[in-house]
Design a protein around this ligand. Structure first.
Ligand SMILES: NC(=O)c1ccc[n+]([C@@H]2O[C@H](COP(=O)([O-])OP(=O)(O)OC[C@H]3O[C@@H](n4cnc5c(N)ncnc54)[C@H](O)[C@@H]3O)[C@@H](O)[C@H]2O)c1
Length: 305
């Protein structure tokens, strides 16, 4: 049976670990936050980020990236986007030559404006690298609520292997060939989710939210196509699918953070009050800079800045 390593024991990494643990895989988990990892190991539950989902199966907890990945067949990077570079940089030298890597982080790196695969290619062989994205609250994946995701890689065999590994009768991964589109859609929708929360917090209605989702989707599609993505991707799971899930649900930290801002908190107070990483807040500026460079007007992003 395969060994699957997770770099980052947050909400979504933990939820995905339960999927492969239930299939009999050995799970290695590492997190830089040692007290958090210890609580998780003692309780066999991610009390801090995914309470209510018990961990069962062959779990092993590590405080060192090398030990976590050195015997793994698959390495999943499950850290926030702004931590992805440090995570892959520290783990990549120890990943086996035939092992695959998967990223689930949604965001654009600040300052470099790189997508996650553009960061990854500095450290890892892209033929063995995949990205998973799409509409998925960790809370629902952890409870085995039926979910569909998208997976992509430069190599169709890698896409297929990762798709098969994480698919169950409750979770289905659809293959996609558009890494650029999937990454951009996943990043921009977090910004839109903050905006949708602001709309809710201000007491506006469904009409306003529908306007943001629809216009936001048009803007992200235009940006994506300009940067080499396929427009169909934005009409699929990683695009409109993820917009729906993130822009309409209290499960989304981005949405909750926006709601607090709409109710009158400053962005700093709102982020602090969520107590976990709010990707959309980091991504807004990077997406706006990217759109300016590409010469694409993104009004739904500009209003944040
Ligand atoms: N939460 C969800 O429902 C969900 C769903 C799909 C995708 N995502 C994406 O997945 C990514 C991770 O989100 P999350 O909600 O699981 O994160 P999280 O905030 O719940 O947890 C992230 C974890 O990563 C750890 N970490 C940070 N830097 C690290 C490093 N260098 N090495 C090891 N561990 C490190 C933190 O200590 C923390 O435990 C984000 O980009 C998010 O957009 C989240």
């Amino acid at each position: 049976m395969k060994t699957v390593a997770f770099i980052g024991a947050g909400s979504f990494g933990t939820a995905l670990s339960t999927v492969v643990a239930a299939k009999g895989c050995k799970i290695n988990i590492y997190d830089i936050d040692e007290p958090h990892l210890k609580r998780m190991e003692d309780a066999m539950e991610n009390i801090d980020y995914l309470p209510g989902v018990k961990l069962s199966g062959d779990y092993h907890f590590f405080t060192d990236a090398e030990d976590t990945v050195k015997n793994a067949d698959i390495v999943v990077f499950s850290v926030p986007a702004q931590h992805f570079r440090s995570a892959i940089k520290s783990a990549a030298p120890f990943i086996k030559e035939d092992a695959l890597a998967v990223n689930i982080a949604k965001g654009i790196e600040q300052h470099t404006l790189k997508r996650m695969s553009e960061v990854a290619e500095e450290y890892f062989d892209m033929q063995r690298y995949a990205c998973i994205s799409g509409p998925s609250h960790a809370e629902e994946v952890g409870l085995e609520i039926p979910t569909a995701l998208a997976v992509t890689s430069a190599n169709p065999d890698t896409t297929h292997t990762i798709g098969e590994l994480f698919s169950t009768n409750r979770l289905r991964l659809y293959s996609n060939e558009d890494m650029i589109g999937m990454e951009l859609a996943g990043s921009v929708k977090n910004v839109m989710a903050v905006g949708s929360g602001i709309i809710d917090g201000l007491g506006y209605g469904d009409n306003t939210r529908a306007a943001l989702i629809t216009r936001g989707l048009a803007e992200m599609t235009r940006l994506g196509v300009k940067l080499g993505a396929k427009s169909e991707t934005f009409a699929g799971l990683a695009g409109v699918g993820d917009m729906i899930v993130t822009c309409t649900s209290m499960h989304s930290r981005n949405f909750r953070c926006g709601r607090l801002i709409g109710q009158g908190m400053s962005p700093e107070e709102a982020t602090e009050s969520i107590g976990m990483v709010v990707e959309g807040m980091f991504t807004a500026e990077a997406v706006y800079e990217l759109s300016q460079k590409a010469g694409i007007e993104m009004e739904c992003v500009r209003i944040f800045l």
